[in-house]
Design a protein around this ligand. Sequence first.
Ligand code: BGC
Length: 914
Amino acid sequence: MKPNFLRCEYLANPLGIDVRNPRLSWILESEARNQRQTAYQILIASSEDLLQNDEGDLWDSTKIESDQSIQINYQGEPLKSRMFCYWKVRVWDKDNQVSDWSEPAFWSMGLCESEDWKAKWIGAPAKRFYLLRHLFPKKITPSPLLRKSFIIEGKIRRALVYVTALGEYELHLNGTRVGDHFLAPEWTDYDYRVQYQTYDVTELLKEGENVIGAILADGWFAGHIGLTFFWNHTVYGINRRLLLQLTVEQIDGTVKEIKTDSDWKILEAGPIRKADHFKGETYNAQKEQMGWDKPGFDDSQWTKVTVDDKIHKTLVAQQNEPIRIVKEITPIAVTEPKPGIFVFNLGQNIAGWCKIRLGESTCAPNATVTLRHAEMLKDDGTLYTRNLKTATAMDKYILKGTEEREFHPHFTYHGFQYVGVKGLKSGIKPPLDMLTGCAVSSDTPLVGEFECSDPTLNQLWSNILWTQRDNLISVPTDCPQRDERLGWMGDAQVFCQTSIYNMDMAAFYTKWIRDVRDAQMKNGKYPDIVPNTRKHKRILGKMNGAPAWTDAGVIVPWKVYLNYNDKRILEQHFTSVKKLTGYIHSKNPNLIWRKGWGQIAYNDWLNGNDIKAKDYPKKGGAIPKDVFATAYFAHSTELVSKMAEALGMPEEAKFYSALAEKIKEKFTETFITESGQIKGDTQAGYAFALYFNLLPEELRPQAVNNLLRAIEKYDGRISTGFCTTLPMMLELTRWGYNDIAYKLLLSKRFPSWFYMIEQGATSMWERWDGYVKGRGFQSWLMNSFCHYSIGAVGEWMYRTILGINLDETQPGYKHILLKPQPGGTLSWAKGHYNSIIGTINVSWSLEDKVYTLDIIIPANTTATIYILTQDPESVTENDEPIQNSDEIQFLGYENGFASYKIGSGNYKFKSQTA
Ligand code: BGC
């Protein structure tokens, strides 16, 4: 057994963290069965040499008897700013055999004390931030270039730069762009905290003259952001500022620090004439300053920067994976629906932008070429852009003569599959590869994979994954295309578990849950969007405390805890969730949640009642608001109790579980009629009552029957919305109606997941009826083709088709519940999930009633496995009757599944089915 994949605070070799007692984890690799760790030793050293000599001057844990391989708290010497920590680990296995030391890993500390920051905020002369600006459209001003030249004498050992901006920055050093991050320093509520990034620039520096430079743009700080008010002006500020500190350690031990200060020069208007997330970017190559970021450039025409001493921001190290280009896509087709307008089809709806080659062969001298972006086409083959509303999503390039060049934007992104290109030389046929789609996303590692015998279902999985990618842009956004792109809490909550199956979301949510706490209101409510762009309530409508949206503040950290065994997030967040529950309770002392939200309670958003289509019922889909809200009240209260239990607070746990029980009783008392119906008699209502275990045991079977009847009422179609569709699927499966769940999933009849795919969807639509054959598009006012909520069914696919489930009593996949449940027309399925503790692999097939199941259970975990069979006697493992194995413990046989307890390793099961 060998420890591998060492990580610190969920990241591999992170630079510039500011957690004082970071958590360490590793993955154990072993092919052996029942392998587990019985002890570990961690060595942490201040230099690579010391570590190589097995000297842990920062921390030598010594041999610790423990099976813990994740979330181990650093307990060594106090960590200080700028420190590098090199570490390795070795482990003892079940037979007390010690492993080799792991490969070394490291992390470095950022600038952790506010006194470490000696740099000044710099930029162009300040403009006033008028309150009444919202009444007028915003003027986007060109991006400034900032530069400073400095001399290094002597050899360089290491150089790190700590940098951030109000707005966004692109950093350059000696003619090279630093790092591969985009849209840094990313989105937080800048009034509470601003993230900084750390880059190792040792390789970019040299002895003699060096030049460091930066370009600034509006970004989330100063640019358009969603739903603020009429013109979507920002709420944070308008003066773009840079803050940077470059620390150069030399071989002779001297340390030189280059900081932003009054010595820097600025050119207020560089070649980026306009850059904005919603509006797009304009680049004028004729305004380029050749060599501005290199030594030897004449900056005598540039002016001195303005130093802004009034800014006092809390600076924090970036905790999440940066936004990067995660995929590049060559278009699959190009058409010319109108003379001179070429429409490229990427074949995939992405968030990002295009790189495009322009020059003599395609453009007239000094041509202006525009790129417009859209998710869909109109019937005439031109772009459908109306649903983007005020997000113009237009990039513009002005060429310098005929110079051939690849252009791409720097400070914007769009949600699109189609690109309309205008301004090329007349008569040319643009080649497909003149343009490349660059998908950007917070670079959370892919950890899940799904494949099965049904190609449409594979497409659905791909659409779900893409929609996730497209909407992880520093915060979990609702959509990447229209003028909204906000951290809508309800959407995030509903999709949370699916997102975790697809990608490692631990670092991303750690950052966002802090944003959520920052945004919590004094009375305890969380706003409906985080960061909260509507926080200035005086002039803006209130959007907070909505049932299911505000509950994201409880549900998301709970999922992080369950999936990653992250107790710290619970510790940090516990007081906060208590405040929320306390608020709801205080407003609704009779325990039926009817009061206390802001302007709107969205309810089960975009349910059947919002569908406009022939032959589809107009009414009967929407769950009544109080039923919906009270279900969440019970659920969140129950989660607070479970959090208390996990944190070892039995009294608190008792209090909240008693309260949750009372809410449930009140739910039953208030909403169940004598004939056993739930107020509203909707699919959603029954799904929720079951999903949140709201009903007493004896009423549950009747609720199941009512759910089936409610589905029949819709002629076997879905009428649920954002919040209740996944619960309905999971409950159908839990109560033995997997066949109906599969039918809903695999149905091509409108409204359904497959219907979208039949219409060509490559991402998840916001609305079941975003586009209907014969009827056309839904209202342009709200019709995104890249919203992940309906994709929450991904969780059902992982949990039911692949059967990968966590065990709440042993979080972090220490114990795995594995129950693949074949169904529908599927003849095989396979996939994996790289859990925090190791990779779980599943592959099953059904042929001539023989069920084959191959699985891999990671070292240091155990699993309960459920094998589909009509006859437990028929089950074999590795072609031997399973009874012969003394490693596999039979647990029982129920509802067509034989269950066993197993340890780690590879297994091949076979069984007879009916
Ligand atoms: C967003 C959502 C969000 C909703 C609130 C929409 O405009 O796109 O996804 O949850 O508003 O109801």
